[in-house]
Design a protein around this ligand. Structure first.
Ligand code: HEC
Ligand code: HEC
Length: 311
């Protein structure tokens, strides 16, 4: 017995070390006991639709069928595993939404913790106003054609140990906070800050994925200064642009209408097409785009040259 032990000491050490790392990188958490239910007072299905497209759409919307059937997130590095954003339609077999209560959806969006306790950090929006989440849930349960049943499957996410360790090393679930209100739409700069946060512009337009601060956006590394590496197509890297108002390396030369064309239609001032994964924010209205523009132009210009496409 002792001999076996000494002969296998290295193996035993590796097993103990791995077990400690895995336990340290807990990936499942307690879920909610809240009894939140959506309410219809002072709500807007249009706001819900607009936000579902702008906030959830970049991952869950499929432009070939115009529905929220999910897709593989192939712009992310493969090294940590594969991620498939779920089918958010009302399909009884393959849709996720019918299996979730209002409280569970609300909790997932606030904390990134799914119904089964799995931590999905890419989803968390701790800053999002309760009213906006309420409207998103109402929209997901509505009879709009983009969310009615589509029985397609997209595949199962598989996050390997490296991916899990990476996520847990850099990202922690945030505490559940209710009672967050939406800034006044006429307080343009604050409203723009809020929208740039919840729609996740800074999740891409900053330094790297691991430096993203979900609770206090401006503490993100290289906040809105661009540079993050993503995949434009298999094997082709792209870096997100600098969105500070620097005239030479940022968006300082963009007029309000050029900015709107870029954000809504994906067209640059020179007439070119912005490449994936830059989403087209089709359902953002003028007021929202103008607020984001005003907010970005209120930032300190940062001279940071980003080489956009890298082969
Ligand atoms: C950055 C990409 C991204 C965004 C933005 C995003 N999701 Fe997801 N979502 C994912 C991925 C990836 C998964 C699958 C996670 C997994 O399998 O580990 C997922 C899974 C889900 C699930 C299923 C959870 C489960 O129990 O399996 C729901 C529900 C969901 N998302 C709702 C939303 C809603 C609502 C929004 C908008 C408020 C949203 N997501 C925004 C990427 C995203
Ligand atoms: C999923 C990642 C992602 C998200 C989310 C995202 N972007 Fe982008 N964005 C990119 C990438 C990548 C590019 C570079 C595209 C190219 O050069 O073709 C880009 C380019 C741009 C450009 C053009 C900049 C230039 O130098 O001409 C603007 C403007 C822009 N994004 C604004 C926004 C705004 C505003 C938001 C939030 C409402 C946003 N983006 C959200 C990835 C993203």
């Amino acid at each position: 017995m002792l001999k076996w032990f000494t002969n296998n000491l290295k193996k035993i050490q590796v097993i103990i070390l791995s077990a400690t790392i895995i336990m340290g990188c807990r990936f499942y958490f307690g879920t909610t006991h809240d009894n939140f239910t959506t309410h219809l007072v002072n709500t807007s299905l249009e706001n819900g639709k607009d936000l579902t497209y702008s906030v959830c759409g970049s991952c869950h919307y499929d432009h070939t069928v115009n529905k929220f059937i999910g897709r593989q997130l192939d712009e992310l590095p493969r090294i940590g595993g594969k991620l498939f954003a779920a089918n958010l339609t009302q399909s009884a077999g393959n849709g996720i939404v019918p299996r979730y209560s209002d409280a569970e959806l609300f909790y997932l969006i606030k904390t990134g913790i799914a119904k089964n306790g799995k931590f999905m950090p890419y989803m968390m929006r701790p800053m999002m106003a309760d009213k906006d989440i309420n409207d998103i849930i109402l929209y997901l349960r509505s009879n709009d054609v983009a969310v009615t049943a589509a029985d397609t499957t997209i595949g199962e996410s598989h996050i390997n140990l490296l991916g899990k360790a990476g996520i847990r090393l850099f990202l922690k679930p945030v505490s559940y906070k209710k009672g967050i209100t939406r800034p006044d739409e006429n307080d343009t700069i604050r409203y723009g800050y809020y929208l740039a946060a919840v729609t996740g512009c800074y999740h891409c337009h900053s330094k790297n994925k691991t430096g993203v601060n979900y609770s206090i956006p401006e503490l993100t590394k290289g906040y809105l200064q661009g540079g993050m590496t993503m995949k434009e197509a298999p094997g082709k890297n792209i870096h997100a642009a600098n969105l500070t108002p620097d005239k030479e390396t940022g968006i300082g030369e963009y007029s309000r209408s050029e900015f709107s064309k870029a954000v809504i239609d994906g067209i640059t001032p020179g007439g070119g097409q912005l490449k994936a994964p830059m989403p087209k924010f089709k359902y953002m209205n003028d007021k929202e785009v103008n607020a984001i523009y005003a907010y970005l132009f209120s930032l300190q210009p940062v001279h940071h040259k980003v080489k956009l496409i890298v082969q």
